[in-house]
Design a protein. Sequence first.
Length: 262
Amino acid sequence: MKVLFVGDIVGKPGRNAVRHFVPILRERHGLDLCVGNSENSAGGAGITPESADDLLEAGLDLLTAGNHTWHRREVFSYLDRAGSRQLRPANYPKGAPGRGHGVVATRDGRKLGVVNVEGRVFMKSIDCPFRAAEHLVEELRRETRCILVDVHCEATSEKQAMGWFLDGRVSAVLGTHTHVQTSDERLLPGGTAFQTDVGMCGPWEGVIGMKKESALERFLTGRPAPFEVAGGETVLQGAIVEIDDETGRARSILRVRERLSG
């Protein structure tokens, strides 16, 4: 099984990059399934039913999220909808809308389990992402050995710790949140593909996808300034993981970066 996972999708430019490149990558690499993190898909912060549906129609099979999941209230009922293909981090307290794991199948019936957790270092003090991931992985392994974990963290150390924690129990642990693609993709000894951060899908000529002028104003003055999604050249970043269908062990991981002129 070949799976594409793309990082944080920023606003309309990021959605356009997904719409343009996912069909191309499917054909070029013989992809079976495509997953992406949608938490910034609506105007650069949050998710709406419309932005999620746009990404699913563009070719993604399942969507994960992160700390901006709750930015727009209109997504709450969408998360709870039966058959929703939009996940949210699993380690929010009981009663939060939606769910943090799901299963998608290839056209010929092979299954991929997906777990979404959010880190706590430099972020909110929520439930333990390690224990939440462990519990859900055990549950999913009853249905499939092919499991991908989106670990949405600020700290690289927390992401790497999750990779080692789940090595040999899942097919891939892939990081999101920083919007900056790392070059440490590798196969861990137990057969788990790992990358600290797969990057983003969004404007390349900004600061993590947002207009550089607003970011500079914040840094230079110490005062808040409204963030707006940048324009210009757009990048799609992610990773392709090839998984052994029988064992769930990763065979390879390939870092992906594609650019779309503005």
